[in-house]
Design a protein around this ligand. Structure first.
Ligand SMILES: [Fe+2]
Length: 254
């Protein structure tokens, strides 16, 4: 059976269904800090095109992954100020906010435990959302401990693109367990077009039908992803994804 866990599903978050997406919560458009945009010019160009797609606010989420992207909060904030200056200079009205996409490892655990500054984004009621990603194939050893620790210090964990991990594609039940434990789910828009493969599209569709998606994100890194994003967002099936969910994206527009 394709949708084995949908019976007796209860939604925890009750919001008005969304018809347009004004806020993007996941992108790699801070220049030269990860494998996303490389220069200020490239960032500004992509931001301007996202604005034309209807986005009014972008939450930028550069990778923080020790050993690959050793981005300190100081470095990220400093680069963000430079980008904001460039956006202001161009008189663009789109709002930008800085957060991060944390790789779940012992360093993140240690940062939480030692109360170090974390780049989170804020909900309409002051909630602190932390976007995190995990390894792709196996269930990460620190998964439940990290979730427990975040919640203990008042941070709401937001799992980036659950539909892309093999360990979740193999076991939908685990996605339900995460959801029931209070982990918010951020699905990538391009997953609905099959950009990340058939299995990722199927899990994204499953989460949409189950109304389990809290946030949608572009996860935009570079220009060529924009064309797919544009096609996906203009498709009629995406409209039904939006209408079928109680997304929190637009509640971040403040
Ligand atoms: Fe990402």
């Amino acid at each position: 059976m394709r949708f084995p866990f949908l019976k007796n599903k209860e939604r925890k978050v009750e919001k008005t269904p969304t018809t347009t997406l004004k806020v993007d919560v996941h992108s790699h458009l801070l220049p030269d800090v990860d494998e996303g945009a490389k220069t200020i010019e490239e960032s500004v160009k992509i931001i301007s095109e996202l604005s034309e797609l209807g986005f009014e606010k972008l939450i930028l989420t550069p990778h923080i992954m020790r050993g690959y992207y050793s981005n300190s909060t100081t470095k990220i904030k400093q680069r963000f100020r430079t980008l904001q200056d460039a956006i202001r200079e161009k008189e663009m009205s789109i709002k930008l906010e800085i957060a991060a996409e944390y790789y779940l490892d012992q360093y993140l655990l240690s940062d939480i435990l030692n109360n170090r500054e974390l780049l989170t984004f804020q909900g309409e009621n002051g909630e602190r959302f932390l976007l995190f990603e995990t390894e792709q194939v196996k269930q990460p050893v620190h998964l439940w401990e990290a979730i427990k620790r975040m919640k203990k210090v008042g941070i709401t964990p937001v799992l980036a693109h659950p539909e892309r991990y093999s360990f979740l594609k193999r076991e939908y039940r685990l996605v339900h367990e995460l959801y029931d434990a209070g982990v918010m789910l951020q699905v990538n828009i391009n997953s609905f077009s099959g950009y990340y493969g058939t299995e990722a599209r199927e899990l994204a569709e499953y989460l949409s039908v189950a109304q389990m998606i809290h946030f949608l994100g572009s996860d935009c890194h570079r220009n060529e992803q924009l064309e797919i994003l544009q096609k996906t967002m203009k498709g009629s099936s995406f409209e039904s994804v939006l209408r079928g969910q109680s997304l929190l994206n637009n509640s971040l527009m403040k």
